[in-house]
Design a protein around this ligand. Structure first.
Ligand code: SF4
Length: 282
């Protein structure tokens, strides 16, 4: 666990995932790969053997390791009562294919027993994330793991019941170009979550997220947003971002069953734009 300078979160948490592989051109300046190489060079064995250097810089070599024993240890270090936003797996991609489902089950069970914390999951592998959350047995698995949590934690969660989607888990994807966003966002928005978010960094080309901001209610015609909020790397904004005015707005969603009932109050939330200044991904 570490306090972080990332503007849209309070704490970054790595529950035991090490390594990654690139899934698109917007991975080419992966901050995590550079950090992993640095930490390996400093002698941290868990980061050794994960990266290689090319003429374009440091990259992951595709090795991914998970350490189940670190899950409980990492979550136990989080604030016990104080609310905070927690960015889970800032140094890898939690939904990498080499992260097993039962590892994810344990992570989400730990999130379920900490309702005072908001967990932010950012992935470029939205198809895998969607498959994971569509598993019919997922609720039962997380409930079973939840029941094994210490009494004190279960009391913190108020009851032994776990409902999906978890009310304190936000799901997001990052993309640096329109085609990459379109590859990923469909699966994100098809995955049930209380909040959906985007991270548009590093910007490699034009991006317009207006198509993902609102869908008309079939019964009343009102418009409600899809994406709830968006983080933008302002250092790349020169002329590339088309839809900065409206998209960088956090919006509330009101569910009216199969369709949307209430229009979103866009203006009321205008000030929640988050500028991210890191010039690298993740
Ligand atoms: S940007 Fe994310 S998905 Fe891409 S290589 Fe880095 S950690 Fe993996």
């Amino acid at each position: 666990m570490a306090l972080t300078s990332i503007g849209w979160t309070d704490i970054s948490l790595n529950p035991g995932v090490y390594g990654c592989s690139e899934v698109g051109p917007d991975c080419s300046r992966c901050y995590a790969a550079v950090q992993a190489a640095r930490l390996a060079h400093m002698g941290m064995s868990r980061y050794m053997g994960l990266t290689h250097e090319t003429v374009s810089g440091m990259h992951w070599n595709g090795t991914v390791r998970v350490n189940y024993r670190e899950i409980a240890v990492a979550f136990s270090k989080l604030p016990k009562r104080k609310p905070a936003r927690v960015f889970v797996t800032s140094m890898a991609d939690l939904f990498h294919d080499d992260v097993p489902d039962d590892f994810l089950d344990q992570c989400f069970a730990h999130m379920a027993v900490r309702p005072h914390l908001t967990f932010q999951i950012l992935t470029k592998r939205t198809a895998r994330m969607r498959r994971y959350f569509e598993r019919p047995d997922l609720g039962m698995i997380i409930r079973n793991l939840h029941a094994l949590a210490p009494d004190a934690l279960r009391r913190g969660a108020n009851s032994n019941r776990v409902t999906l989607p978890l009310p304190n888990v936000w799901l997001g994807t990052s993309a640096g170009r329109q085609d990459l966003l379109e590859q990923r966002i469909g699966d994100l928005l098809a995955t049930h979550a209380v909040e959906w978010f985007l991270s548009l960094e590093p910007l490699l080309g034009p991006l317009d997220i207006r198509p993902y901001l609102g869908t008309a209610c079939e019964s009343c015609g009102a418009t409600a947003p899809d994406v709830d909020w968006c983080a933008l790397d302002s250092s790349y904004a020169d002329g590339h971002v088309i839809a900065v005015d409206n998209p960088m707005i956090r919006m509330s969603r009101t569910n009216c069953g199969p369709a949307w009932k209430n229009s979103a109050n866009l203006d009321a939330k205008k000030n929640e734009l988050t500028n991210v200044t890191s010039p690298t991904t993740r």
